[in-house]
Design a protein around this ligand. Sequence first.
Ligand code: HEC
Length: 196
Amino acid sequence: MRNLFILFISAVAVLISCQSETSSPPFHTFDPDPWLDKGSQVQAASFAVLSTKLNGSLAKSGVEGAIGYCNMAAYPLTDTLSQMYNCSIRRATRRPRNPQNRANEYEFAILDNWEKDLKNGVALVAVVQELSPDTVMYYGPIRIQPLCLNCHGKVGTDVTPEIATQLLGLYPEDQATGYSLGDLRGMWSIRFINQN
Ligand code: HEC
């Protein structure tokens, strides 16, 4: 009888422990803050190198000479950053110059939200998303500054007809002109991988 009682108690204990396992699965909370930090560091470093080089070549050899420098592939720093942070860095837009930079559907949706924020006078803030336990995406807005108008502004006023012709020669499907100061040009789309 005593043995039976012990068996009964153990059975109840097993049942309770099983139940508590199913009713409260291991909790996983995602803290976006470290990713917002990391993402903004990668974004700031990438943008700094790109705009320094663009500014330098604009001053030295004019818009024509600078055309090749608004291209992430032109910068070894991107590789260094990718290795340092274990991430891949790209820029995405709804109106690409280089078709490879066309936004995917997630990026498109975020760009749409930012466009709405811009219209409503709301400040644009970066977004992070956990895609899987070891992959996190960081998206940061890219706005048009005075420097950018040389190649992304209105043709005839900001972009000279010569430069427009040259851009069309290189990028026959170019959609990346016609922007004004402050417009949303696109986003940094940074994928942090193998983070565990
Ligand atoms: C001297 C010309 C020039 C200037 C100035 C310039 N860009 Fe570009 N931009 C280009 C070219 C050319 C490409 C296509 C690069 C490629 O093949 O990936 C491009 C591509 C881009 C892209 C990638 C999306 C796409 O359309 O392919 C973004 C984003 C972008 N530029 C933002 C900017 C911003 C922001 C500035 C100002 C800080 C700027 N550009 C200044 C010429 C320029």
